[in-house]
Write a protein that binds this ligand. Structure first.
Ligand SMILES: *Cc1c(COP(=O)(O)O)cnc(C)c1O
Ligand SMILES: [Zn+2]
Length: 423
């Protein structure tokens, strides 16, 4: 018998069968997966989990499949890195980077949610999958769908960074660039999903897809030694990952895998598109849609969603845990990308720059406890957003292929004492 009982409306509680449905017919609330925690408690323990392969499926009882996973068997379980150099610069005691910039195979946090959605789509008998994406999701569905042998229709806004476009096309999906912003793309995908029997991972498969994001939180808790941090700073686009990290901590607590979690959760968005941060600053949970600035004015495109599907739940998670939210300007995002690279040797994309820049602000304003432990959620890889930093990092020193040229043009600028040079 399955550990997954069905779907339930988050707002009115009406129950639905395990199908490709995502909104409540009665109140239009989002649907979420319901588990049988009592039976799950009898099946997993720290020991059971730790003996399994290092992938997101080591938490499989808390993921929404009835059968065995078929996709993403190498995805997840990314490094949690102790960041002492960066901690010294920021003036905090214990700092960790959870680095999904090296998630397999497309280098972002989307390599967690997509395997869950595609495995479920196959269970439900779909042969065609799709998504509405700001870039990373497009890469992930293109790649995982190729491996799974599924037909793929990938919808993106027309003005994405070349790294994210090439990073989809290489897997040969049907890539559709829509003349509009992400919110237009998403609306179109909802229409297509209601007409064709296709599995759109973040539309009609959304209840299953979002469950995959919990694995980021499970891993943080396990990798910290079965505890949760004092503070966690997380980027927000559609609003999936932040509340699901909280849900992960709650589930682990309920299953007695960790002690009580008191983690304060903080939200990060770019100043050019910050509907959730604005709501938190106003003290309301009504997230008013905004029109994102065009690419020419915004460095951060991964988070560029003006009308986030789960914005309300982000606000609630931040408010209920005693967290806060901030924005980062284009300038601050680029500086933070450079800071992380120069201190910890980790190159993140613009969403990661946004998150680190916001962390810095929260520390400076006293909102984040410098004496506790802090996890910064790095969710994507810098190789995909070259244009954000290309003109801000200097250039190589060109020399002739001679020792003399090296000494004149390079060493002369480094004030190396003669003794050291001769040794
Ligand atoms: C998708 C994405 C996020 C967060 O998206 P949510 O929809 O809020 O879960 C964060 N960082 C990167 C790099 C992403 O691609
Ligand atoms: Zn409902």
């Amino acid at each position: 018998m399955s550990l997954v009982q069905g779907l339930k409306c988050k707002e009115c509680g009406r129950e639905y069968p395990k199908e490709a449905v995502y909104v409540c017919e009665w109140c239009f609330g989002p649907l979420e997966v319901v588990y049988d925690y009592q039976r799950i408690a009898g099946r997993i323990s720290r020991d059971v989990i730790m003996k399994r392969p290092q992938s997101l499926w080591r938490y499989r009882e808390l993921l929404p499949l009835d059968g065995d996973p078929t996709d993403g068997l190498q995805s997840g379980f990314t490094p949690l890195v102790r960041a002492d150099n960066l901690a010294r610069v920021l003036g905090v005691r214990e700092l960790w980077i959870k680095n999904d910039g090296v998630n397999f195979p497309t280098l972002s946090y989307k390599d967690r949610v997509v395997p869950v959605a595609l495995s479920k789509a196959k269970e439900l008998g779909f042969d065609t999958v799709g998504c509405a994406s700001t870039g990373n999701l497009a890469n992930s569905v293109s790649a995982h769908g190729a491996k799974a042998g599924l037909r793929r229709f990938i919808f993106i806004p027309y003005d994405l960074e070349v790294g994210k476009v090439v990073g989809s096309l290489i897997y040969q999906p049907n890539l559709v660039a829509v003349e509009g912003n992400y919110d237009d793309v998403n609306r179109l995908c909802s229409e297509i999903a209601s007409k064709y029997r296709w599995a759109f991972v973040n539309v009609n498969m959304r209840p299953y897809y979002t469950e995959g994001a919990k694995t980021y939180g499970f891993e943080v808790a396990e990798q910290l030694g079965w505890r949760t941090p004092t503070s966690l700073v997380c980027p927000v686009a559609g609003g999936t990952i932040l509340p699901k990290i909280r849900r992960a901590f709650q589930e682990f607590e309920q299953l007695e895998l960790i002690p009580e979690s008191r983690t304060r959760i903080f939200a990060a968005q770019a100043a050019t598109c910050a509907p959730v941060v604005q709501a938190i600053h106003k003290g309301t949970d009504a997230v008013l849609p905004v029109k994102p600035r065009p690419l020419s004015e915004s460095v951060d495109t991964s988070l560029r969603i003006g009308n986030p599907a789960d914005g309300l739940y982000v606000v609630q998670a931040v408010q209920e845990t005693g967290g806060w939210a901030e924005v980062a300007t284009n300038e601050e995002i680029v500086s933070a990308i450079r800071l992380l690279a120069a201190t910890e040797g980790i190159w993140t994309e613009t969403a990661g720059g946004t998150t680190l820049a916001v962390t810095k602000k929260l520390i400076e304003s006293g909102k984040l406890d410098p004496d506790g432990s802090t996890v910064v959620c790095i969710t994507g890889n810098g190789l995909k957003t070259l244009e954000a930093v290309r003109d801000r990092i200097g250039s190589a020193t060109t020399i002739a292929p001679t020792l003399r040229s090296f000494e004149e043009r390079v060493l002369a600028h480094h004030l190396v004492p003669a003794a050291t040079a001769a040794r």
